[in-house]
Design a protein around this ligand. Sequence first.
Ligand code: MRU
Length: 347
Amino acid sequence: MRIVDWAGAAEGGPAVVLLDQRALPQAEVHLLLNTVDGVVDAVRSLAVRGAPSLGITGAFGVALAAHLHGTTTPDARAAVRADAERIATARPTAVPLSLGARRALAALDGGPAAVLAEARAVAAEAARINAAATGRAADLVAERCPDRPLRALTVCNTGPLAAGPGGTALGAILRLHERGALAEVLACETRPLLQGARLTVWELDRAGVPHRLCVDSAGPAAIAQGLVDVVFAGADRIAANGDVANKIGTYMLACAAARSGIPFVVVAPEETVDPGTPTGAEIVVEERGADEVREHGGTLQTLPGTPVYNPAFDVTPHDLVTAIVTETRAWSPAPSPSAPRTAAAPR
Ligand code: MRU
């Protein structure tokens, strides 16, 4: 499946090709983006989303800028740098977006072909990283919960659409399914943009994994009723102390998992761990537009102009996280003695 890719001249490029995730699951539409404005708009509007897929898009976006401006004059290189900054900051929370853009930009002196080669390397590495992280996560959970085929709960979408080949948290679930160790997945719908209902269900269905869809508020209730053995989540940014920013709705699942004594497992690339962010309190959580909450399918669901609070992510404190699993390690962030067992303080 072509999710984030490069198109050369033979395909109407130079361009970034994206599977438009806004159209799923009703239609599989590919976008051919041959302007940097188009790439920035695709990122902001969630035509492409999920932290690692944003990183790959960021890298290909900078390759596009290098092809459009060229790299031979100081002015051209300055224009590429300015475009790279716009791409890197199109959404604030996911670490890989800026890392992917900056990594491609670092190859600027080698010319457009070198920038593209670096972007292709970012894309290729995702498959290796995801294979290592999901295998480790599946092993860890199988070891902790050996008694029965697992009933897993997840939120948002963390499969190949979000992360490249293999996926991350959903990838670990798929690995358990391949091993015959999975009974069912409960997928939270993920209001307001329904990444769970539209994308996770689509990926589970294609993989033949037994699943049920639930409203987000049913997730903690299902955990409390003993219907869930393990919660899997991805991450957009992990603070140095192990606090995890992920899709809004993740924190309540971690609270419920801790109260019921089931594992809450985060699967993400190591690059998501940001040493420059000491705790979750320093994580910038993106706030999105009011109409995403006021409307459903383009139809107003509340009073016009109703003021809205629409954070795209929440922060789960590290003491609620059983393990953070990356391609290099499985990390159980130990609670620090001074850390209150509450959400991160408001910024
Ligand atoms: O707003 P989105 O859809 O980009 O949010 C995505 C998530 O929160 C994912 O869980 C996270 O990026 C990890 S993707 C493997």
